[in-house]
Design a protein around this ligand. Structure first.
Ligand code: NI
Length: 264
């Protein structure tokens, strides 16, 4: 596949490797924004993927009758192939290859909505705490807001240099085993940087970078679309112990299980 020229400067590449994150002023074309928002709103409105366990409340107990505090859809491009046609996807891959190496590939996407006025915070965490405990990753998340992202509606915060830390112990948000979302046990956020973005801009962070997004205190929704890119993962001889997954009883898991059984 021929990719558009990526435009990271040597300084930007060095910044990413030193700080563990990077801000891109524009990744999504201005002309793609309205379309992207429309597709995004459509799948959240329909709670697309709920039956399979791919739509759920990241920050709450995910009960059917209650509005979700932090709705998430996993693999939205599976349900809305329009996302695959965004030029931002190719551009993000090209940029990622500059950061991680030529063997980097798209490994998945997700979408996190913070509803207007009450969308919950996304507590401090490292993305790898969600992944396979037996693998070593070299990966990034490319986080794109489909409207302006501000401190008031839930833009990302990063702890510079935290991509070089070990993976820290995590627990379910609020220590509630019904909640899918994770929170790091301990962190000192005093050195964190806040990264507001224009619509269609992006932040890129490493899979170990400690990050956070505040609650949505505004009257507009905060839409974020996230693409993950990685180089081939390596099996660890000494796997981590992600004990925080072992006592989970999420309704998302139950739906996923029931769906699998139905499919045979
Ligand atoms: Ni994250």
């Amino acid at each position: 596949m021929s990719l558009p020229k990526s435009n990271l400067t040597p300084e930007e590449i060095a910044f990413f490797h030193r700080e563990g994150y990077l801000v891109i002023d524009r990744l999504l074309e201005e002309s793609e924004l309205a379309f992207a928002r429309e597709v995004y709103d459509r799948i959240f409105e329909a709670r697309t993927g709920r039956e399979e366990g791919n739509e759920f409340d990241l920050a709450g107990a995910d009960e059917d009758e209650k509005p979700a505090a932090l709705p998430q859809i996993l693999s939205p491009a599976r349900y809305a192939p329009e996302f695959e046609t965004l030029k931002a996807r190719e551009r993000a891959l090209a940029i990622t290859r500059q950061l991680l190496g030529e063997d980097a590939f798209f490994s998945g996407d997700h979408a996190i909505l913070k509803p207007a006025g009450y969308g919950a915070e996304t507590p401090w965490h490292q993305d790898e705490a969600y992944w396979d405990e037996a693998s070593h990753y070299n990966a990034v998340s490319v986080w794109i807001p489909f409207q302006e992202a501000t401190q008031e509606n839930g833009c990302l915060h990063f702890i510079p240099g935290s991509h070089l830390w070990e993976l820290k112990p995590h627990h379910p948000i609020g220590n509630d085993p019904r909640v899918h979302g994770l929170e790091v046990d301990e962190v000192d956020p005093s050195g964190a940087v806040v990264c507001p973005l224009k619509a269609g801009g992006a932040t890129i962070h490493h899979s170990r970078t400690m990050h956070y997004a505040g609650p949505n205190r505004t009257q507009g929704v905060r839409r974020a679309y996230i693409m993950v890119f990685q180089t081939p993962a390596r099996k660890l001889e000494q796997p981590h112990d992600f004990y925080w997954w072992k006592s989970r009883t999420t309704t998302r898991e139950k739906r996923a299980q029931a769906y699998k059984e139905k499919q045979g």
